[in-house]
Design a protein around this ligand. Structure first.
Ligand code: GUN
Length: 282
């Protein structure tokens, strides 16, 4: 079994980006600028947003974090986004999800200028992924594809199974695997006899959001497992993934740990998208 070291792979990516960004002041007179907006105090979001700021520092990217109170009105948030859209010194805008329930996520995503949409969530960029026209790729799916490439796993003609159909991970990663010529099955909460489907997988991507839901009996020997989960173990309260690592790892040919697998890759891809937005604007 090979442990897929997302931390090391993402560190190499960030190092290459830092070297590239270091050349920008001479070439363009400034460095890229990412603005992250967090609304409220969701504990996971607090950690994610802090990690994004740290990664910016490591890459030499300018970062501004804007924290708005939980009771911020939708209109006030949209006005904040519009003002960032109009600000020429800003290259990338990310509104951390989830936003409080009284705010429409779709309206927020729609309002972010597509040229500054480092998340790749704007309808223009979503359509670009599905139509294969130039677009910003969503960070977590892009990070997963980079992990596979880094360990020398080519999805071509392989059976790939994805659990989870979210706009952020399941749906776009299924499309990317399809574009990489895998035969893709997309599973979800209404899938009948999930284990019989997952046992077919040569590549298994799990983005279900349920702690340790994939167990050893659900996988075949040699499977490559990508665990997107960020869950709490109900017994120990510790951070864990959607995959029961201890039982599945011995059967897998390669597997991501949680933490230290997909998470750092998401952030490295966000840095890459920020640089891409910056370059497209110059
Ligand atoms: N919340 C969880 N993942 C993400 C992400 O990739 N982007 C944003 N904006 N919010 C998230």
């Amino acid at each position: 079994m090979k442990l897929i070291d997302g931390k090391a792979i993402s560190a190499a990516l960030k190092e290459a980006l830092a070297a590239q960004v270091a050349t920008f002041p001479d070439k363009y007179g400034r460095v890229p600028h990412l603005v992250v907006v967090r609304v409220g105090e969701d504990p996971a979001s607090v950690v994610y947003v802090r990690n994004k700021a740290k990664a910016c520092e490591a890459c030499g990217i300018r970062n501004t974090t804007i924290v708005l109170p939980e009771d911020t009105s939708e209109e006030a948030l949209l006005e904040q986004v519009r003002s960032l859209n109009a600000d020429d010194s800003v290259d990338g805008i990310l509104v951390q999800l989830p936003v409080p329930k009284h705010i429409s996520e779709a309206r927020v995503i729609d309002t972010i200028a597509k040229e500054k949409d480092v998340d790749g969530f704007h309808p223009y960029n979503v359509a670009g992924l599905w139509q294969k026209t130039p677009h910003m790729s969503p960070c977590t799916p892009a990070g997963i594809m980079k992990l596979l490439e880094a360990i020398g796993v080519d999805p071509k003609s392989k059976r790939a199974v994805v659990i989870g159909r979210s706009n952020i991970v399941g749906l776009p990663v299924a499309k990317m695997l399809l574009d990489a010529n895998a035969t893709v099955t997309l599973c979800h909460t209404r899938t009948v006899d999930l284990p019989s489907v997952t046992r077919q997988a040569e590549i298994l991507v799990v983005a279900a959001g349920r702690a340790k839901m994939v167990t050893a009996d659900m996988v075949s020997p040699g499977v490559v497992v990508i665990d997107v989960g960020m869950d709490r173990d109900p017994d120990t309260g510790k951070l864990c993934g959607d995959v029961d690592f201890d039982s599945v790892a011995p059967k897998a040919s390669a597997i991501t740990p949680v933490p230290g697998g997909v998470g750092p890759m998401t952030i490295a891809c966000l840095m890459e998208n920020t640089v891409q937005c910056f370059l497209a604007r110059h």
